[in-house]
Design a protein around this ligand. Structure first.
Ligand code: KIV
Length: 271
């Protein structure tokens, strides 16, 4: 590794400088070595090993079933591919909500066993002790407010959050609490763009939006959604950059057909 490459590695400090300079932050989810290698080489700033792995990798309908061991496995694979970007790993449902000691123990396992650089937790005031405890152990924490998928059974629906004043006021208060507790950034998921703008302008740490408008300091999308692998999920905020579903299905159909017709392998594809 050259000194030059070292210099370019993204750290939590880099992100603070990017916000101060008005430079937007790019973030995407990844859960395995091969995709993480491509995303890192393409210049992404942050890879989030999201608990959305529960949906897109394991086929569950919510993020709740994924375990700490499974998150560590995904994070290890991503970290092996990383040369430049920052790797953030979600603390899964059940690994931090009960108390701050358990939260710290879970965060330490992620850091020690996967080599990820930071952890992400969902929630505001209700998890603030855990955030403080984890930060005081030297582990950087990313917050997550708005639509927090681990609370889907409380919300009952994936609609836009904080459209009512009470919830919007709580979100603004929570954002400040998370900043005071030492978070280095906060994900804002599926909230009105005007609220996300107000929150982003009120904080000195960066906000990373998903369905929260263009005024956030950065943006994140789930890789399977933006690459068109998962075509069932079509929220308004999603921009599709590829239609891999069509391309992969086409390629596999062609492969099956080539095998059936004995076209594959041909003379040049054998020894
Ligand atoms: O798990 C995840 O993919 C996330 C993003 C939606 C921010 O938390």
């Amino acid at each position: 590794m050259t000194a030059d490459k070292e210099f370019k590695k993204v750290t939590t400090n880099t992100l603070q400088k990017m916000k101060a300079a008005g430079e937007k932050i790019s973030m995407i989810t990844a859960y395995d070595y091969s995709f993480a290698k491509l995303f890192d080489a393409a210049g992404i700033d942050i890879i989030l090993v999201g608990d959305s792995a529960s949906n897109v990798m394991a086929g569950h309908t919510t993020t709740l079933p994924i375990t700490l061991d499974q998150m560590i496995y995904h994070a290890q694979s991503v970290v092996r591919a990383r040369e430049r970007c920052l790797v953030v790993t979600d603390l899964p449902f059940g690994s931090y909500q009960s108390n701050s000691e358990i939260a710290l123990a879970s965060a330490i396992r992620i850091m020690k066993e996967s080599g990820a650089h930071t952890v992400k937790l969902e929630g505001g005031e209700e998890i603030i002790d855990s955030v403080k405890k984890i930060v005081s152990a030297g582990i950087p924490v990313m917050g997550h407010l708005g639509l927090t998928p681990q609370s889907i059974n409380k919300f009952g629906t994936y609609v836009v959050r904080a459209t009512e004043e009470t919830e919007a006021e709580k979100l603004k208060k929570d954002a400040l609490l998370l900043q005071e507790a030492g978070c280095f950034a906060i994900v804002l998921e599926k909230i009105p763009a005007a609220l996300a703008k107000e929150v982003s302008e009120s904080l000195h740490i960066p906000t990373i939006g998903i369905g929260a408008g263009g005024a956030c300091d950065g943006q994140v999308l789930v890789m399977h959604d933006m690459l068109g692998i998962n075509t069932e999920f079509k929220p308004r905020f999603l921009r599709r950059y590829l239609n891999l579903d069509e391309q992969i299905t086409g390629a596999i159909k062609q492969y099956v057909s080539d095998i059936k017709s004995s076209d594959f392998p041909n003379e040049n594809e054998q020894y």
